[in-house]
Design a binder for this molecule. Sequence first.
Ligand code: ADP
Ligand code: 5GP
Length: 206
Amino acid sequence: MSKGILTVVSGFSGAGKGTVMKELLKRYDNYALSISATTRDPRPGEEDGREYFFRTKEEFEQLIRDDALIEYAQYVENYYGTPRAYVEQQLTEGRDVILEIEIQGAMKVKQRIPEALLVFVTPPGVEELKRRLEGRGTESAEVIASRLKRAAEEAEGMDAYDYLLVNDVLEDCVEELHQIIQCEHCRVMRNAEFIKKIKEEAQALH
Ligand code: ADP
Ligand code: 5GP
């Protein structure tokens, strides 16, 4: 059984990452979405262990000390991090694992796991981003303003990603993400063992 692909999905807050992930998991079986730990408060409707593991600052800092996180970052005054055990287990079992994380975390993953696939999700334009953030109605005007400010910084890092995904029509965006990950499975560098086997078989024909 081949190992799964680790895909990192980043994008401006309000770009629609969460919505795209939910649809992807609904449509296809082989994806596992990593659940992050965070110190931010749950939004209405969010549950501990489903959207995030909601932790205190002290609990989060203990996870850091225990080396239980693949990466972590501070984002607009809160900690966010990726628990290691689940991701490693799912990859070994052959599932394609998705991390929906911000850009500093994405860069750390790329450094530590060079074969990770990095995808950046953006809405068609910044006006639409503002509309979506405001339309979601989960943050105060002040928090929305700091997230939009952060978006400007994040835009500077887009060049470091492997793929750009424009989330205009939701269904198309979900399908494109699925295709990107499926195509990655065909990369020569991800099929070293199979190639070795074919080479040996070809040699044996002589
Ligand atoms: P993120 O996880 O990137 O912060 P969300 O998934 O919460 O963003 O989406 C932000 C808002 O935009 C939500 O209200 C969501 O319903 C809406 N949205 C997501 N994708 C689309 C789309 N393709 N077209 C229109 N609205 C969208
Ligand atoms: P939100 O508060 O809107 O759920 O998430 C804020 C930002 O934190 C988003 O850009 C999201 O992708 C990012 N994020 C969520 N989990 C993690 C994580 O485990 N690590 C890092 N580095 N960022 C994360």
